[in-house]
Ligand binder design. Structure first.
Ligand code: NDP
Length: 295
């Protein structure tokens, strides 16, 4: 079997187009466009690239982007004060503090200071708790993007066995809650799981969010399973450069799975598209409007 290649780039473009199409109606009704504030502390090159591309997408969607770039020496108190100011700023619907933060700053304190209604990353414990309770919330962008790809590929997920490898607050745990909400039978595997290949082999849906290059092998996969690769790993090439690979051994797994998301071009573009979606949703909720349709 040769697996279908799940095209995250195309799906992400569809979401971004939909967001861009909905912004003018919001603007007309409320008198301003939705606004996203990004906060970058320090000059980590990968983080700077991510934040720039988030700002660019925001502008392309017709929304307003407020970029705050702070020096690596910023104190925790100064960052907390900025978050408090952004919470109070009526032009700002979403606040994104790019992680990781320098070691002098406690990321948990920063996340807990963000107004849950503006927490477009969905990392605040209030949003995590609401997701776990099946209440409306802002959901972390990466798992939301994975769910979108899965539903696009499979339609109704009811009753399917889903195995998520990785239990982070950012990906693994919210992914599990989302799939539970879709009536899957969910297993969360991690570094202490016994017989990981055997556990993964039971799955109709595999989501790998580990951060280990090509860890999931072809003989771990049930024939026909749908496989979503969240991992982003930089591995050296023979020419001394770096290339991106996921947590899935793509070529091996593509010979067994029914469908598979590639790296790059799979989950990555969905994450930013869902950030745009979350910003628009947060703006609607803050304005007392119903959630936008078709997102
Ligand atoms: P974390 O490091 O926070 O979590 C990794 C998880 O993998 C942990 O739960 C860990 O288990 C588990 N794990 C580690 N080694 C093994 C192993 N040998 N067997 C089984 N499980 C293992 O990572 P994140 O969740 O933040 O990210 C995961 C990957 O996804 C990374 O490559 C990251 O770059 C990528 N990512 C991609 C995004 C995108 O937009 N495409 C967005 C976010 C992340 P334990 O808890 O026991 O330590």
């Amino acid at each position: 079997m040769t697996a279908i290649r799940i095209d995250g780039k195309a799906a992400a473009q569809g979401i971004r187009d939909r967001v861009a199409a909905l912004v003018p109606a919001f603007q007309e009704r409320i008198g301003r466009a939705p606004g996203l504030a990004t906060v970058l502390v320090g000059e980590d090159p990968a983080s700077a690239v991510y934040v720039r591309s988030k700002n660019r997408s925001t502008a392309e969607s017709g929304m307003v982007s407020f970029a705050h770039n702070l020096p690596v020496t910023t104190s925790e108190d100064d960052l907390l004060q900025l978050v408090i100011d952004l919470n109070a700023d009526s032009q700002v619907d979403g606040i994104l503090v790019q992680l990781p933060l320098p070691s002098q700053i406690d990321a948990t304190r920063v996340i807990e200071t963000i107004d849950p209604g503006k927490d477009v990353d969905g990392f605040h414990p209030v949003n995590a708790g609401r997701l776990a309770s099946g209440l409306p919330s802002l959901v972390p962008c990466t798992p939301l993007g994975c769910l979108y790809l899965l539903k696009q590929e499979l339609g109704d997920l009811t009753g399917l066995d889903a195995v998520i490898v990785g239990r982070s607050n950012i990906v693994g745990k919210p992914m599990a809650q989302l799939l539970l909400g879709e009536h899957c039978t969910v297993t969360i595997a991690h570094s202490r799981t016994r017989d990981l290949p055997g556990v993964v082999r039971r799955a109709d849906i595999v989501v790998a969010a580990v951060g280990r290059a090509e860890m999931v092998r072809g003989d771990w996969i049930k024939p026909g399973a749908t496989v979503i690769d969240v991992g982003i790993n930089r591995v050296p090439t023979a020419e001394g450069k770096a290339r991106l690979v996921g947590d899935i051994a793509y070529d091996e797994v593509a010979g067994v799975a029914g469908a598979i998301s590639p790296v790059p071009g799979g989950v990555g573009p969905m994450t930013i598209a869902m950030l745009m979606r979350n910003t628009l949703v947060a703006a609607h909720r803050r304005a007392g409007l119903p959630d936008p349709e078709g997102l």
